[in-house]
Design a protein around this ligand. Structure first.
Ligand code: SF4
Length: 437
């Protein structure tokens, strides 16, 4: 049934979840464009006759958000507001059978590695020559660069290997070609992502090869910042630190999810590292790369976590003084190792623990930010919002970290510009400043 006001062969892609999922949506977007589809990404306009929802299936909240989004578009289809609805990504990969039963309005469900089949369903061809030529949905000046897919780690709580499979490194030449292509199109910042960056090369080159990859990426003309997200602590390749210290294009920034601060819970989580070893690694990182910003992620409420374990994690956060930190409530995920444990900690207690850690981090972040007043930083501007130009220092990743706000009344910069900014004020999560002379 042709619905009034809809544009034929126009696809709206809706992405949920993490930056790795966003890269998948961008690859789909690029392929559809090359097949002469009109494509939008998360367009507010509702004239697309085809909607593709790229879902997240990581933890409870994310799964619920994905289901709500599918149901919203299923309702739109039942009301004739769209013609076709397709669902792909992690939730679809993990729960396809259940979803086909429960939401049959969806025309078809696809897994995380089924781009060619999805394209075929839309009567489009998968164009191999486009690999590495990805169009961006982020502002043109920064791009996520996925260097591997999947994960071989046994973390007890994690369902990602169920949805993304085992670790597969992207050949180094392909990563370098993708970086060069972005640089030629004006990208200035590359954010390296994977399930576990530090595993890079173990499958393909029989050795951890992240340091060599970074060193070669740092030769990419036009790229000014290269940032690392999702490093794993156990077996961390220390030579990476030397590249970060010696190559100016490498941001002095490292995101390393640590998940907990108590050795007994780290053991239950099968993280392959103790609190003492973790603290040793943090010290080594800070010694080898003076001034580096450390971001981490923690989980509160994992089965077996006692009050004393939580207190230990709280002290670990107080002592480690991370520059950036996020904390999640443990989510009891089917088919994970932790699903064999009993999830006895009440949801409200998990939430109390999350809130306590975040309140502590807020104080730490406020103290660290106060020390930045009077200092001058190189800032990459992302957008104009309200009366401010909003940007980031090399110590901040988009969407998750602090921002620098410069009054638009006294400055004129464009998104994608770098400028030196002197900090004049600070809150717990943001900095305010003026363009330096
Ligand atoms: S490293 Fe652990 S937490 Fe991260 S994706 Fe792999 S299994 Fe999951």
């Amino acid at each position: 049934m042709k619905t009034k006001g809809l544009t034929k062969n126009k696809v709206n892609i809706v992405t949920l979840g993490c930056s790795k999922n966003l890269v998948d949506s961008e690859e789909l977007y690029t392929q559809l464009k090359a097949n002469r589809f009109r494509v939008t990404h998360e367009s507010g306009k509702d004239d697309a006759n085809i909607v593709i929802v790229n879902t997240c299936g990581f933890i409870d909240n994310a799964k619920q958000e994905s289901i709500d989004t599918i149901l919203r578009y299923a309702g739109a289809k039942e009301n004739g507001l769209i013609d076709k609805l397709y669902v792909t990504g992690c939730l679809s990969h993990r729960y396809r059978d259940e979803l086909e039963q429960e939401i049959p309005t969806v025309d078809a469900y696809f897994g995380t590695n089924e781009l060619p089949r999805l394209l075929k369903t839309l009567k489009a061809d998968y164009k191999h020559e486009l690999v590495g030529e990805r169009l961006l949905t982020t502002p043109a000046h920064f791009a996520y660069l996925k260097i591997s897919e999947g994960c071989d780690r046994p973390c007890s709580f994690c369902a990602i290997p169920l949805m993304r499979g085992g670790h597969v490194s992207k050949p180094m030449e392909r990563v370098l070609a993708e970086a060069k292509s972005f640089a030629q199109r004006g990208t200035k910042e590359l954010i390296l992502i994977a399930q576990d960056l530090t595993y890079y090369g173990l499958d393909l080159y029989r050795k951890r090869n992240l340091a060599e990859l970074l060193d070669r990426l740092a030769d990419t003309e036009g790229i000014e910042w290269i940032r690392l997200q999702y490093a794993y602590p156990a077996g961390f390749p220390l030579e990476v630190l030397d590249v970060i210290r010696e190559r100016p294009r490498l941001c002095k920034y490292l995101d390393m999810p640590l998940q907990h601060g108590s050795s007994s819970v780290l053991k239950l989580m099968r993280r392959g590292i103790t609190r003492e070893k973790t603290e040793g690694l943090i010290q080594t990182i800070r010694e080898r790369v003076p001034g580096i910003a450390l971001r981490t992620t923690l989980i509160a409420g994992h089965p077996g976590e006692t009050e004393a374990d939580f207190e230990e994690m709280y002290q670990f956060v107080a002592q480690s003084r991370f520059d950036r930190l996020g904390v999640f409530s443990y989510s009891h995920e089917e088919n994970t190792h932790a699903f064999t444990y009993e999830d006895r900690i009440p949801a409200e207690v998990k939430q109390e623990r999350v809130d306590a850690i975040m309140a502590l981090q807020e104080t730490i972040s406020a103290e660290l930010n106060q020390k930045k007043i009077g200092q001058t930083f190189k800032v990459l501007f992302d957008r104009k919002e309200g009366g401010y130009f909003v940007g980031r220092t090399e110590f901040d990743s988009p969407e998750v970290d602090n921002e620098v706000l410069v009054s638009a009344a006294h400055a004129s910069v464009r998104p994608g510009d770098f400028a030196r900014v002197t900090i004049t004020d600070a809150t717990e999560f943001d900095l305010y400043g003026e363009l330096a002379g």
